[in-house]
Design a protein around this ligand. Structure first.
Ligand SMILES: Cc1cc2nc3c(=O)[nH]c(=O)nc-3n(C[C@H](O)[C@H](O)[C@H](O)COP(=O)(O)OP(=O)(O)OC[C@H]3O[C@@H](n4cnc5c(N)ncnc54)[C@H](O)[C@@H]3O)c2cc1C
Length: 424
């Protein structure tokens, strides 16, 4: 589309991927990020092969390989560390692209460096928080507050994309009565620590059941043969009032040790990992109900602003990247921006709404809950507890619904053709 200009609110994984995509397609873009000096916040995040394919097509494949760990196996275990299901992941599963487990903050800064280099510093404006927008004919007028001076700034574009996360101001203006995110009465305690590699150094483990479990995986190389291990302890907290989601709120080590101090397996010493972790963060398990539309005229939503989901199955970051690619394709293939946003909405929203609801029922990790219900004291042989057929059905149905199956990822056409190729 000729001379299109897009404003993106939010410079997280989704907003930055969108900026890179639009630039690749020859569409002008400017990103506004509320945080003045983005620093590498967060701990581990997973990039599924479908998203790694997109970042590779954006020229970031080598940088990802240097930063992340190519995950080869996902082991689902019971609360005693007994293996329920060993699933191949990434290249090992036949994908043409790896799955990466990576530090979320490092990934954000990697994307940010590329965005600044490609669209120019003037088109990445930080410290400016979107406060509202108005649509007038074929223009969108967007207001921002300068977080240092408090002064107001205005910018205009043909399209506004709200990539501003679970507390999206764009979504709030579209759905003013929506209220706070939905708290699932579970807390996540999250940290990263340097430790000896476990289970070959490229395995992600989820152990436990619905009400209490751990998610542990390596996210980077460390010194002295050690690896940086991301861990999450997740627990039902029936009486706790919904806390405000804050990715940077620290929690006392004793609280985590009290609940998980005895989770020591032959292949993983969780209490030692907890003890070695410099900071532990707490985050409530939240999502939002699916909505009936993301696109309204020339304004749309992307990533967590569009489909905030429980972090089951390592989807949120990957799906934000897929949103970015689908939206870019829609905008590059028509001269009518509003029609492009409707197309994007129709392509992405039904599947994302489905994942939001599936994740509330443990998604692909439902096998762990089955094992807990059928064999709460452990088992001698998993085949006596869950059949292979049941295990494959659980994993397969989720992958297909999320568009993550090997066949789809390996054979689908590219979403975006670089501008030069597209014009040729
Ligand atoms: C600080 C932080 C740490 C995180 N840590 C983890 C983690 O360790 N593991 C994990 O799995 N997921 C983590 N996440 C969530 C994960 O990044 C997202 O679920 C996923 O990547 C989708 O990304 P997104 O770009 O849609 O949203 P986000 O990553 O949430 O990015 C949204 C961006 O929008 C900015 N923003 C918010 N409001 C406004 C506004 N009004 N105007 C302009 N900009 C605004 C935010 O500062 C943020 O940079 C974290 C998110 C954040 C913000």
């Amino acid at each position: 589309m000729k001379n299109l200009r897009v404003i993106v609110a939010g410079g997280g994984i989704g907003g930055l991927s969108l900026a890179l995509s639009l630039h690749q397609a020859g569409i002008a873009v400017r990103v506004y990020e509320a945080v003045r000096d983005p620093s590498p916040l967060g701990v581990g995040i997973n990039l599924q092969p479908t998203a790694v394919r997109e970042l590779t097509e954006l020229g970031l494949g080598d940088a990802l390989a240097e930063t992340g760990i190519a995950t080869r196996r996902l082991n689902l275990c019971n609360k005693f560390g007994q293996l329920i299901h060993d699933e191949r992941r990434g290249l090992e599963a036949g994908y043409r692209w790896p799955q990466y487990s990576i530090h979320r903050g490092e990934l954000q800064l990697l994307l940010l460096r590329s965005v600044r280099a490609r669209i120019g510093d003037d088109n990445f404006r930080s410290g400016l928080k979107l406060t509202g927008f108005e649509q007038h004919g074929d223009r969108v007028r967007v207001s921002f507050a300068d977080r240092r001076s408090g002064s107001q700034r205005i910018d205009e574009a043909d399209v506004l994309v709200g990539a501003d996360g679970i507390h999206s101001a764009v979504r709030h203006q579209l759905y003013p009565a929506e209220g706070a995110p939905r708290f699932a009465q579970q807390m996540l305690w999250r940290a990263a620590a340097e430790a000896e590699p476990f289970l070959g150094g490229q395995t992600m483990v989820i152990a436990g059941h619905f009400h209490q479990r751990i998610i542990v995986y390596p996210i980077g190389k460390a010194r002295n043969g050690k690896t940086l291990i991301n861990w999450i302890c997740q627990k039902t907290v029936p009486d706790r009032a919904p806390p405000r989601e804050d990715w940077n709120r620290r929690v006392a080590k004793e609280d985590v040790v009290a609940a998980f101090g005895h989770w020591k397996f032959p292949w993983l010493d969780l209490p030692a990992l907890i003890a070695q972790s410099p900071d532990i963060y707490e985050f409530p398990l939240v999502d939002r109900d699916p909505v009936a539309a993301w696109s309204f005229g020339r304004v749309t939503l992307l990533g967590d602003a569009a489909h905030p989901m429980q972090p089951i199955g390592g989807q949120a970051g990957s799906q934000a990247i897929l949103d970015a690619r689908a939206l870019t394709r829609a905008l590059s293939e028509t001269d009518d921006p509003a029609a492009a946003l409707v197309r994007y909405d129709g392509e992405r929203r039904p599947a994302m709404n489905d994942i939001i609801l599936r994740n509330r029922n443990l998604g692909p990790e439902a096998a762990m809950q089955l094992a807990e219900e059928r064999a709460p004291n452990g088992f001698a042989c998993i085949d006596d507890v869950i059949s292979r057929h049941e295990l494959d059905a659980i994993a397969g149905s989720f992958a297909a619904a999320a568009g993550l199956d090997v066949e789809t990822v390996n054979t689908r056409p590219s979403y975006v053709l670089p501008a030069a190729r597209a014009r040729a």
